[in-house]
Design a binder for this molecule. Structure first.
Ligand code: HEM
Length: 233
């Protein structure tokens, strides 16, 4: 897993690449509109574009959002989750040895909490005066809610800095909180449950090829993870 080029592109190259992808998605929307299949783009093309509720450009942009939000997140959770489990052999042994789908589901929640890959905070605007933790936030003021810090809050998760796949962690806020949350969280959960329950069984000798502290972490990206995960098996 590697994305060594993703930080070396110029702004113009990034814009050109996005435009090319949007062009591809626009063509795909046209194809789906003329020959709909059983998929989300077809439904958007028929139900939204076909009725005039959305423009072609909006549907293509929706496709781009689903692609990026859906891929970048789970891909990073797979690489970073694997690094975290390899660093915690006792936890990995539990995950590898279990036939209990509940423990796997728990592992996904705990890794979402512990790793918190959407690490740049959730942004909101107060619609009315509110008080949080003794601090008055006035109507109209912006708030950056640090969900990564909330996920390491000792009052919500005792011994929060430890990875514990048996912990009840479902109340984490890695997908956001409240009425506006991650749209893809059920899919993300299923994908990660499949990966964590099969990868380490299929490749029981999987190991990090370099110490975890030498990995190239994505401190500089919107979604946290590792730029590459060198492994041996
Ligand atoms: C581990 C995986 C994932 C994590 C941690 C994650 C996390 C998040 C977070 C924190 C938000 C912002 C919520 C807010 O501030 O209100 C979000 C939004 C979103 N996510 Fe995810 N996500 C994941 C996977 C996915 C997948 C698989 C999809 C789609 C296939 C997806 C689609 C979206 C979309 C479309 C939004 C924007 C929703 C909107 O603006 O209305 N996500 N996600």
């Amino acid at each position: 897993m590697s994305c060594s080029e993703c930080r070396t592109r110029t702004a113009a190259e990034s814009v050109a690449a996005t435009e090319e992808l949007l062009g591809y998605l626009g063509d795909l929307v046209d194809k789906k509109q003329s020959a709909p299949a059983d998929d989300v783009l077809s439904r958007l093309a028929v139900e939204q574009l076909g009725t005039g509720a959305m423009t072609r450009e909006q549907v293509a942009n929706m496709g781009l959002l689903l692609l990026v939000a859906g891929h970048e997140t789970t891909a990073n959770m797979i690489a970073l989750g694997t690094a975290a489990l390899l660093e915690n052999p006792a936890q990995l042994a539990m995950v590898r040895g279990t036939d209990d789908p509940k423990l796997i589901a728990n592992t996904v929640e705990e890794l979402l909490r512990y790793l918190n890959i959407t690490h740049s905070g959730r942004r909101r605007v107060a619609l009315e005066d509110i008080e949080i933790g003794g601090q008055l936030i006035r109507k109209g003021e912006g708030i950056i809610v640090a969900n990564d810090i909330a996920n390491r809050d000792e009052s919500a998760f005792p011994d929060a800095d430890s990875l514990d796949v048996q912990r009840k962690a479902r109340h984490h806020v890695a997908f956001g909180y409240g009425v506006h949350q991650c749209l893809g969280q059920p899919l993300a959960r299923v994908e990660l449950q499949v990966v964590y329950s099969t990868l380490y069984r299929r490749i029981p000798t999987l190991a990090l090829a370099k110490p975890v502290e030498e990995l190239d972490f994505k401190h500089d990206m919107a979604v946290y993870g590792v730029h590459s995960l060198p492994v041996t098996w």
